[in-house]
Design a protein around this ligand. Structure first.
Ligand SMILES: Cc1ncc(C[n+]2csc(CCOP(=O)(O)OP(=O)(O)O)c2C)c(N)n1
Ligand SMILES: [Mg+2]
Length: 370
């Protein structure tokens, strides 16, 4: 394969175009499909909430569901996930609860970060999902180090790190790839090449013919994958995880996909791009997988109706409940930071308790510090 060849299993009409080596049983295929539907429904619902002023910010991922769900399915419970901000499907597939994700976007008492993180910057300690970082690329070196630590501890756990095409221009991408190549850190680098880094197109991001080709310089395989083909993604990530787990070394995967929507709810892509997004509508990853399942008699119009109604009802019920929750208790600003609250924080806490309710702290014209 050259660095611009692309692994594809499902063609655009749902037909199999190369051997399906995934060995996934029918119930797993259906589970993946439903997770893709849930991811899309969540995207639509959350963007609407943002437009209605009910949450402050959201990062949509419509069109990238196969890349997310196909990779989320692969990693084991003891593996580590270092996600990017545009991959709710991976987290859902790993067992993260939609309710907790919604609570994070409201920053309320059920938010696992207790309102301390930006919306969409989830972390799920129980699922070994490390907190999403806003600075692009910084989590790449964390993943490489964590994976290496797993090896030192003589476990067979691996780390998966997810980033975008823009992330490959960060210093940390190169440092991380270099360290992982030299030390054979059991790490899988997953780049979702959605062609855009906010308003910067891929061809302005790099002079390389692909992201995958960059792997060669760091002494690891680089594989380009059709990121809108959930089975190709699953197969490529599985092979990379198996390779890392066996101690052979890291792999760089480039999942070719497209960011159909804006970068975030704060962005307006009509200011910098034409209508390529329309072209990608016909390569919709959900539609393609649906056609594949229908060819195998695993899906039907009736099942589609039942499933999408159920998924939307579940989301609406979760939103209704989460929206009623209060903000995080005030004292959690001070607790839950250090194992033992240090003296200076205790003093600040006591000062806050003294002043709370006096109106003093709420005076917008008061001199800083309040
Ligand atoms: C170190 C750093 N530089 C710049 C930014 C601003 N920024 C936020 S997202 C982004 C684009 C990232 O693009 P990509 O990696 O392709 O991910 P995508 O948004 O396409 O999923 C940039 C430049 C940042 N968050 N961190
Ligand atoms: Mg991108």
């Amino acid at each position: 394969m050259t660095s611009t060849d692309m692994l594809q299993i499902i063609g655009e009409s749902g037909q199999t175009v190369s051997e399906d080596e995934t060995g996934l049983p029918p119930e797993k295929l259906v589970e993946m499909y439903e997770c893709m539907l849930r991811t899309r429904a969540m995207d639509e619902r959350m963007i609407n909430l943002q437009r209605q002023g009910r949450i402050g910010f959201y990062v949509p991922s419509t069109g990238e569901e196969a890349a997310q769900v196909g990779s989320g399915m692969v990693f084991g419970a003891d593996d580590w996930i270092f996600p990017s901000y545009r991959m709710p499907g991976t987290l859902l597939m790993r067992g993260a609860s939609p309710r907790a994700m919604i609570a994070n976007c409201y920053g309320n008492s059920e938010d696992l970060c207790l309102g301390r993180q930006m919306p969409v910057h989830y972390s799920f300690a129980e699922q070994n999902v490390v907190s999403i970082s806003s600075p692009i690329g910084t989590h790449i070196i964390h993943a490489v180090g964590t994976a290496y630590a797993m090896r030192l501890r003589k476990t067979d756990a691996v780390a998966g790190v997810f980033f975008g095409d823009g992330g490959t221009s960060s210093n940390d991408f190169h440092s991380g790839m270099n360290f992982a190549g030299v030390w054979k850190s059991p790490c899988v680098f997953v780049c979702s090449n959605n062609q855009w880094a906010i308003s910067v197109p891929f061809e302005k991001q790099t002079a390389s013919e692909s992201v995958a080709v960059k792997a060669k310089a760091y002494g690891m395989p680089g594989v380009r994958v059709d990121g809108n083909d959930v089975l190709a993604v699953y197969q490529a990530v599985s092979a990379a995880v198996a390779r890392a787990r066996a101690g052979v070394g890291p792999t760089l995967l480039e999942l070719m996909t497209y960011r159909r929507g804006p970068h975030s709810s704060s962005d307006d892509p009509t200011r910098y791009r034409g209508d390529q997004a329309d072209e990608w509508l016909s390569r919709d990853p959900i539609l393609r997988f649906r056609k594949f399942l229908e060819r195998q008699d695993l899906w039907s119009e009736d099942r589609e109706q039942e499933s999408s109604t159920r998924v939307k009802d579940e989301l609406n019920a979760a939103i209704k409940e989460v929206e009623k929750l209060p903000p995080p208790p005030l004292d959690t600003m001070f607790t839950d930071v250090y194992a033992k609250v240090p003296k200076f924080l205790r003093e600040q806490y006591e000062h806050l308790i003294e002043t709370e309710g006096t109106g003093h702290e709420a005076d917008p014209d008061a001199a800083f510090p309040l």
